[in-house]
Ligand binder design. Structure first.
Ligand SMILES: [Zn+2]
Length: 174
C-alpha cells in the first residue's frame, strides 16, 4: 500500500512578503500614479515575490498568501485590487478555460506557452519567439488575426514527475 500523498501546501513558492517587498511595491504603484494603499501594496508584493517572471497565482492563493502575513482580507477585495493592477500594467491576467483567471506580476504578454501540472496545479509560463511566429504564420495563412491566445500544455511538473523517493531532491517548491 502506498502512503497517502501529503496535502499540497497552499503556497508553494518561497519568498518573504517583508518590508522591502512592500516598499518596492509602493514605489511601483506611485510610479503609475496609483495610491499605495496597504492592500494594493500587499497584493503587488505577493505577485512580485511569488510569480517571478514565469509564475501565476489565482486570487484565492493570493488571498491565502496575504492572510499568512497576518493581514485580514477577502477574495473579492483581491479581485478589485487585481483589476487596478492590471489596468496599470503592474499585473497581467491569463484566462485558462473554466478555471479562475490567474495573475502574474508585470505587463501582459501574448502567446505565452502555459505549462499546467495536473498533479499539483502549478502553472508556469514560457514565451517562445519561435512558437509565437509559427502561430502567427499559421493564422495568417487563413487570413486570421490572432487575439490573446496562450498555448496550454497539460502534464506533470518536474517535481511531480520525479519518483516518489526523489521528490525533495528534484526541487519540489516550498
Ligand atoms: Zn506538479
Amino acid at each position: 500500500m502506498l502512503a497517502p500523498l501529503p496535502e499540497p501546501e497552499p503556497t508553494r513558492a518561497a519568498g518573504a512578503i517583508d518590508a522591502s517587498a512592500l516598499s518596492a511595491a509602493a514605489a511601483l504603484l506611485r510610479g503609475c500614479q496609483v495610491r499605495p494603499t496597504p492592500i494594493r501594496m500587499l497584493v503587488l508584493a505577493v505577485l512580485q515575490v511569488r510569480t517571478p517572471s514565469d509564475g501565476l497565482m489565482n486570487p484565492p492563493d493570493i488571498c491565502r498568501a496575504i492572510l499568512a502575513t497576518g493581514h485580514a482580507t477577502i477574495v473579492p477585495t483581491i479581485y478589485n485590487v487585481l483589476s487596478t493592477l492590471t489596468d496599470h500594467g503592474l499585473a497581467h491576467r491569463i484566462r485558462l478555460g473554466d478555471r479562475p483567471a490567474m495573475y502574474g506580476a508585470g505587463p501582459a504578454a501574448t502567446s505565452l506557452t502555459v505549462l499546467m501540472c495536473e498533479s499539483c496545479d502549478e502553472v508556469r509560463t514560457q514565451f517562445s519567439p519561435q512558437i509565437h511566429a509559427e502561430l502567427q504564420a499559421l493564422a495568417a495563412r487563413r487570413g486570421f488575426t490572432m487575439g490573446e491566445n496562450h498555448l496550454v500544455l497539460r502534464g506533470r511538473c518536474a517535481a511531480c514527475s520525479a519518483p516518489a523517493g526523489q521528490r525533495d531532491l528534484a526541487g519540489r517548491r516550498r
